[in-house]
Design a protein around this ligand. Structure first.
Ligand code: 5GP
Length: 192
């Protein structure tokens, strides 16, 4: 069995992110949204998405701590931007069970934004435990574990330009170092 397989290449990600940007631009005309990126996984997605949006868009980040099987969440590093009365778009890397996002929405609603929407690069909808509204979704995937374009394994591989699925978790855990070299060698170079 192949240990890793490229599931979405860099050019496909770029095109999809640009089309999400075009949709957000049209939907938010005249409303000056704030993009609220969830650290650290949303960084590449937010960076690319924001460059498909009008120059006036504001960007901020917050960091979450997740604990417990039930997916409880607290904000470990808060954003500096006041979102009261603002049109907020939460930018996530991936929505899996939905527990993180549903807690986050509850927290953000207490700050009384004018509106709250979510853009996620990846939706693992078949794994959902709690329902969440996702206004902008890049790719729908199954339940494989993904790496790259923000998604990590022990803090690594977020800087890969494409998305990879781990097909053989045991083999990957045995030798992640050599596999990372293979991944970097195999990635489709940007613009090729
Ligand atoms: P949820 O609360 O929706 O179950 O989980 C969301 C978080 O789980 C994501 O922000 C991410 O940190 C982690 N996660 C879920 N699926 C994956 C995956 O396939 N790869 C990686 N690297 N993280 C994942």
């Amino acid at each position: 069995m192949k240990t890793l397989t490229e599931v979405v290449d860099a050019d496909t990600i770029a095109r999809r992110v640009a089309s999400l940007g075009a949709a957000i631009t049209a939907d938010y005309e005249g409303r000056d949204p704030v993009l609220l990126g969830i650290l650290k996984g949303a960084v590449p997605f937010l960076a690319d998405l924001s460059r498909s949006l009008p120059a006036e868009v504001e960007i901020d980040f917050l960091s979450l701590t997740r604990f417990g099987e039930e997916g409880r969440v607290s904000i470990s590093v808060d954003s500096a931007t006041s979102i009261t009365g603002r049109h907020v778009i939460v930018v996530e890397d991936i929505v899996d069970t939905g527990l993180t996002l549903s807690y986050l929405h509850g927290l953000l609603e207490t700050r009384e934004p004018a509106s709250l929407a979510t853009a996620t690069l990846i939706d693992k909808s078949t794994r959902r435990i709690v329902g969440v509204d996702l206004q902008y979704r890049g790719f729908e995937v199954g339940d494989e574990f993904l790496l790259g374009y923000g998604l990590d394994w022990n803090g690594r591989y977020r800087n890969l330009r494409s998305l990879w699925a781990v097909m053989d978790l045991a083999a990957f855990q045995d030798d992640p170092e050599s596999l990372s070299r293979q991944v970097f060698a195999a990635e489709t170079p940007i613009g090729s």
